[in-house]
Design a protein around this ligand. Structure first.
Ligand SMILES: [Mn+2]
Length: 465
């Protein structure tokens, strides 16, 4: 069990120190959670009249720290930093704060907030943006409205184990309900409830993929009509959000039955229902209304080199920057579909202890991890081994993304720890780490074979084989 008093004490200490200082550089990760964390920190500082700038980076590699270390006076690292405490202390001395939820290296540094230091599980109880939110709440009670962004970050980091947000995340949801920025419901958890016509809602679904209906609008339309669900009202295509309660129930149970009939386990099929989070201040027709779609929109910005667009949306722009984000969202969905299709055509390869695919230059390194995660929903792979994805990062470097299932974690798997260890053993430019269930690193191209060999060994040890 986590010690909330001690974590709160740490957040207070950080808050007091932040309020004494000015001229901040907020350094955040480029995924949805990182952007939300960066925006929460920015809002909290802005509301206190502090000056700041945001820097978004793909990863906190040692040369990244070197590059940014003279950009400002005080640094707040959000959604990463815990795995690099030694480097930060060496290069930035005491002019920095780390607010993170990834697994941490040993450090006694004072201005470091991380759930693992206080007995909470940063893999599922709180995200990077959740941690930033808890500090923002210490900075000012008025910041309760930022809980909506913290929930977007948690959903973006896929923290809804067993279909719901638990632990510190659940408290953040309560804050959001209290100040009426959030509504929690039990509902279907597919992407595009607001933004996609019903047929595409089913045929485009990648998490999970519906066998026999995937990428087939005609089959999806027939499936819907068989269930008595009208596709159109007058001339307008209906979306899931347009359906009556009765129709929603009917569609949900039909989809679950369809998955089970096609050989999907009841556990996986059941996962399409769970908690969903509505952002009450957003336009009902906007993808920002749903936390999952908001997170996908942010990933589209950050992971495709446009983090400023994502941050702009988080900070409140609903005009030009928002329009740009909507364009990026379309492109992102297209690249994910192409990536999944590519892996489906190539087939996954199987090692003793893991599945893998090597995308080379066929899938961008920024989204290869998302695609690896989606594969568990695709029925292409069993749930019994982690999935490893390789993609080319540069001439010399390969990006590695690793994903696992809840079940493997319960059996003792810890991908973040394994990748960190292997990188340490490989040396050279190999660096990485992360969560038990999702982690990443980079290695030199010629290290790939050795990497796979070590990976087989270490997974077997953790799973007691
Ligand atoms: Mn995160």
């Amino acid at each position: 069990m986590g010690n909330w008093e001690k974590l709160k004490e740490r957040n207070k200490l950080i808050t007091e120190e932040i309020l004494k200082r000015d001229e901040f550089v907020i350094v955040n990760h480029h995924d949805a959670d990182g952007l939300c964390a960066g925006a929460i920190m920015a809002k909290a500082l802005e509301r206190k009249g502090k000056t700041f700038e945001n820097i978004t980076v793909k990863q906190l590699y040692s040369e990244t720290i070197q590059e940014i270390k003279d950009k400002g006076k005080n640094y707040v690292f959000v959604d990463f930093g815990s795995g690099q405490m030694d480097l930060l202390e060496e290069k930035i001395k005491e002019n920095f704060f780390v607010i993170d939820h990834h697994q941490t290296v040993k450090s006694d540094y004072e201005f470091h907030a991380n759930p693992f230091l206080f007995g909470f599980d940063g893999g599922k109880e709180v995200s990077g943006s959740g941690m930033a939110y808890l500090v923002a709440k210490e900075i000012d009670e008025k910041n309760l409205d930022l809980s909506a962004l913290a929930v977007v970050g948690a959903v973006g980091d896929m923290q809804e184990y067993n279909g719901k947000l638990e632990g510190l995340n659940a408290g953040i949801v309560e804050d959001g309900e209290k100040v009426k920025v959030l509504k929690k419901e039990n509902d279907l958890r597919l992407y595009g409830k607001i933004s996609r016509p019903l047929t595409q809602f089913i045929s485009f679904s990648t998490n999970p993929v519906f066998p026999g209906l995937v990428a087939d609008d005609k089959a999806s339309a027939e499936f819907l009509m068989e269930k008595g669900i009208e596709l159109k009202t007058k001339e307008k295509w209906r979306t899931y959000s347009d359906l009556t309660q009765e129709e929603k129930k009917n569609l949900t149970s039909s989809l679950i039955i369809h998955l089970i009939e096609k050989g999907c386990s009841e556990y996986i099929a059941g996962k399409i229902i769970g908690e969903t989070f509505t952002l009450l201040k957003e336009n009902p027709k906007s993808p920002l209304r749903d936390a999952k779609e908001f997170a996908t929109l942010l990933n589209s910005c950050g992971r495709h080199g446009m983090p400023k667009v994502g941050l702009g949306v988080c900070m409140g722009d609903r005009e030009e920057i928002y329009q740009k984000a909507m364009e990026l969202l379309l492109e992102h969905r297209k690249q994910l579909r192409e990536g999944i299709t590519w892996v489906q055509q190539q087939g996954l390869q199987e090692e003793k202890e893991f599945y893998f695919f090597d995308a080379g230059e066929n899938i961008k390194e920024e989204i290869v991890g998302i695609i690896a995660g989606m594969l568990y929903g695709s029925l292409l792979v069993g749930q019994n081994k982690p999935i490893i994805a390789f993609a080319k990062q540069s001439e010399e470097l390969i990006k590695v993304s690793a994903r696992a299932t809840d079940n493997l974690i319960r059996q003792g798997l810890n991908l973040g720890k394994i990748l960190k260890e292997i990188c340490f053993e490989l040396g050279k430019n190999a660096e990485g780490g992360g969560h038990k269930i999702a982690a990443g690193c980079r290695i030199n191209s010629e290290q790939q074979k050795e990497f796979m060999k070590k990976l087989n060994e270490k997974i077997a040890i953790q799973l007691n084989k």
